[in-house]
Design a protein. Structure first.
Length: 246
């Protein structure tokens, strides 16, 4: 009997771990993040607000949370850039899927960014101009990360690619060499969190130019991202984002 109880207890613990949801289901809740980026030896600091815009649960129990992030536009704190991100939790396998960038979201984000840049320069784009810009953009692929609580440390994540064509220009975003790094306690101004940690390499090709950096991210149950660090090949931090208010 004692052995059976131990087996039952172990099964319950396993189910609890498998059921971790690295997303928020609290619709309307707002989180505040601070960010830092190094640009030409200058350090730019900003704050952004992330709102849980929508939470949908389907008949199979799959949860889809959409976050809306509002941030100052780089170089112009008076202009705002709005982005959306989607995270899925699938109870059948216990996996939370982070959509870093998808085709529809990337297209919308690029239009919003170009619009904000034009407005900050004193030009208000017309509806026809925005429609023409949108028609020029062709986006294919998806960048995503699967957070599987059952995966062993150093389990490799699938490589992902997203391609953007804008007229004659082509941009390619590659999420490569992803790895599960297990769980780790992380402290930010918002508190201390037991997080799921992943690392990956992001490579961006823009014509003849390319950029490569190394990403480490921590995701907390019931919230999502709480900290992210981008480093160069020498390990120097070039960008960082962390949760400061929840």
């Amino acid at each position: 009997m004692k052995k059976l109880l131990l087996i039952a207890a172990a099964a319950l613990c396993f189910n609890a771990i498998s059921a971790q949801q690295y997303l928020s289901t609290d619709k309307g809740h707002k989180y505040t993040y601070s960010s830092m980026a190094v640009n030409d030896k200058d350090t730019i600091r900003n704050e952004s607000t992330v709102t849980v815009k929508e939470v949908v649960t389907d008949a199979d129990g799959k949860i889809t949370t959409t976050y809306e992030k509002v941030s100052p536009m780089p170089g112009n704190s008076l202009a705002k850039v709005t982005e959306e991100q989607t995270i899925f939790f699938t109870p059948a396998n216990g996996i939370t899927t982070i959509i870093v960038s998808d085709a529809e979201g990337t297209k919308k984000e690029m239009v919003e960014t170009i619009k904000a840049q034009a407005e900050s320069a004193g030009h208000i784009p017309t509806e026809s101009e925005l429609a023409e810009l949108e028609s020029m953009l062709r986006v294919k692929g998806e960048l995503s990360i699967a957070l599987d609580p059952k995966a062993a440390v150093d389990t490799k994540l699938p490589n992902k690619t997203l391609r953007v064509n804008m007229g004659p220009q082509t941009f390619t975003f590659n999420l490569w060499e992803g790895k599960v790094k297990g769980t780790e306690s992380v402290t930010t101004p918002a508190g201390t969190f037991d997080c799921y940690k992943v690392t990956y390499t992001m490579k961006i090709n823009m014509g003849a130019e390319s950029q490569k950096f190394f990403v480490t991210e921590w995701y907390a149950p019931g919230i999502g991202l709480v900290k992210s660090i981008n480093s160069d090949k020498k390990g120097n931090i070039i960008a960082q984002e962390e949760l400061i208010e929840k």
